[in-house]
Design a protein around this ligand. Sequence first.
Ligand code: ACM
Length: 270
Amino acid sequence: MPEIKRIGYIQMSPVLGDMESTIQKIDEIVSQGISADIIVLPELCNSGYNFINYEQAWKTSEEVEHSLFIQYLESVSKNNGLFIVSGFNERYRDVLYNSSILVSPQGYVGRYRKLHLFMNEKDFFMPGNEGLPVFDAGGLKIGMLICFDWIFPEVWRILALKGADIICHPSNLVLPGLAQKAVPIHALTNRIFIVTANRVGSEGNLTFTGMSTIADPGGNVLIQASDTGEETGIAEITPALARNKSVTPRNDIFRDRRPDVYDLLTMTKN
Ligand code: ACM
């Protein structure tokens, strides 16, 4: 029998500048019972997104080592025996990163720092400087991307080449329907699972577009949330499907690649 895992998203609206209220919201959701191996929360879940100024971005950030938000997620992870991926406003020395963290029942595992910053994020955050790590999560290989990273096919491919079975994608998407269209295609072309955990609600002039999505290596949408509701979605998956990169008996999406003509992809900015 192939192994089955349960992966999911919590689509919600973190409270800008009020981490305690956000934790309370998450707690209400998880206390209703959450039966999953991995669950993904939205981007910048500890702080909210649309900062009015740098001071607000700074005040709502936390260091990984002293984060009450991560400590809370560690307790949820331990009590429910699951892995959690969450967006995280990360303070590191005197700068901020728009990060995603992975927590296991044994504690904090690791982070990814967003590589492609969107719009005003460039006023607050440094671009990621730790590349594209892949982590082991109970026998599953997990990669992380954050929101606007979705539009860069290179990063999905690199994580797939590094062996990611699932890419967890905390998001605060604002361009209606675009990422939701692309995510199943990235899943298809890399033959991986993707969990996009988007947020809903509004902050200032931004409205977030919901429609959190779980897609499979066939490009199928296994479950999708509404565009406005706070909802949890879980899908049962067979991880082995992500390890089979064959498309026909004579085609394999990794073995058939032609890196000898891909050099333009690694040339510095044009
Ligand atoms: C985004 O990257 N938060 C749109």
